[in-house]
Design a protein around this ligand. Structure first.
Ligand code: AMP
Length: 367
């Protein structure tokens, strides 16, 4: 089938960048998003201003589009399944179901043969106490659903860390306690799979968070080639197991010996892949559009080293300085008001190739 129009559920900056990539490949885009004048609708052909699970809006989206995708992982699974009966939905709704629940996600990742932190389901205070005892008092307590940017979490560093009332403090909802991972650094990998089963992976990025929000992504990450290969292999396993079509982002912790622990996956383009628009011929956004539209994937090769930095809230005041630099690509999201913690845009600075850095596991390899 010839694809002419692509539906995108969600109207944020990721939808905006997907719509821009789609336009460059000659596609029309329709955004389903309740918020008026959202970042994605500013650059798309049409917005359906309705809730993500509004039956009439979903029917309209299916009528107007040849394929539907999404830009955030909390799209209601039932809405995606309803749509999928009318029009192809990529990535498959199963990817939403898996990534919306940290417990289901960890079990799925383990079933793919990939290591995660150890974990226990926590459905009450007694569960929390038993789980913390199993992890010698250390762990990260998280809501199973709807957590993002470090929200809905509590870190336990020792048994002195106020266990009492810990379950209720996160809202009395289903939780998961993860063992505390003493990682050296955090990396993520952006990968894509086509409907034909072709897979491409971008080079892993090294990520630094501030106040739970991604601050910078640096490429190349300071990891061994062997570590990068493990990340690529993990991505391929996850994509194949889901019969996935589109781009996925997977976050990992890197341990001192160079081994990897998967943290979470996002069935969408990912903030830690924004650098690809400046340092690769085919960005993660174009790659996703190619995949969902049934076009061949592009190469994921990188022509430059780079560092991407998010412009969050008041960071936007530094815009004139960024614009004066001739090594930096500036990308703003069209948001009128710079509220604290709000992602306003990002900048990617191309950097020169560096000497081989000190990476986890290097000493063991060189011995
Ligand atoms: P998440 O919402 O799962 O991405 O977690 C937010 C941040 O908390 C991560 O980027 C890590 O820096 C930290 N974190 C999450 N889980 C763990 C863990 N099990 N052990 C240590 N740090 C963690």
């Amino acid at each position: 089938m010839t694809i002419r129009a692509i539906g995108i559920i969600g109207g944020g900056q990721l939808g905006r960048m997907l719509a821009m990539a789609a336009a460059r490949l000659g596609f029309r885009t329709v955004i389903l998003e309740p918020e008026a004048d959202c970042p994605a609708a500013q650059v798309a052909n049409l917005q359906i201003p309705a809730a993500y699970d509004d039956p009439a809006a979903l029917a309209e989206l299916a009528r107007l589009c040849d394929v539907v995708t999404y830009e955030f992982e909390n799209v209601p699974v039932a809405a995606a399944e309803t749509l999928a009966r009318e029009v192809p939905v990529y990535p498959p709704p199963k990817a939403l179901a898996v990534s919306q629940d940290r417990l289901v996600e960890k079990r799925f990742i383990n079933d793919c043969g990939i290591a995660t932190a150890k974990f226990h389901a926590v459905d009450g205070q007694a569960d929390l106490e038993a789980a913390l005892a199993d992890f010698s008092g250390q762990g990260v307590l998280k809501t199973r659903r709807l957590g993002y940017d470090g929200k809905g979490q509590k870190v336990y560093r020792s048994t002195a860390d106020g266990i009492e009332g810990g379950y209720a403090a996160l809202g009395g909802v289903p939780l998961i306690l993860e063992s505390f991972v003493a990682f050296e650094r955090e990396v993520s990998i952006i990968a894509a799979r086509s409907a034909d089963g072709d897979i491409v992976c971008y080079d892993p990025a090294e990520n630094v968070h501030r106040d739970g929000i991604l601050h910078t992504s640096t490429v190349p990450a300071r990891i061994l080639p062997e570590t990068a290969a493990v990340a690529r292999d993990a991505a391929a396993r996850i994509l194949s197991a889901l019969g996935y079509v589109g781009v996925i982002g997977i976050e990992f912790f890197v341990l001192a010996d160079g081994s990897l622990i998967a943290n979470e996956m996002a069935p969408r383009v990912h903030n830690s892949g924004h650098w690809t628009e400046a340092a690769c011929v085919v960005s993660q956004f174009e790659q996703h559009i190619r995949a969902v539209a049934g076009l061949p994937l592009g190469k994921a090769d990188r022509h430059s080293d780079c560092i991407m930095q998010n412009l969050i809230g008041n960071d936007i005041v530094s815009l004139p300085e960024w614009l004066r630099r001739d090594d930096t690509l500036v990308h703003l999201y069209g948001k009128a008001e710079a509220r604290p913690g709000r992602k306003m845009g990002h900048v990617t600075t191309l950097t020169s190739t560096r000497a081989e850095p000190d990476v986890p596991g290097k000493k063991a390899r060189d011995r």
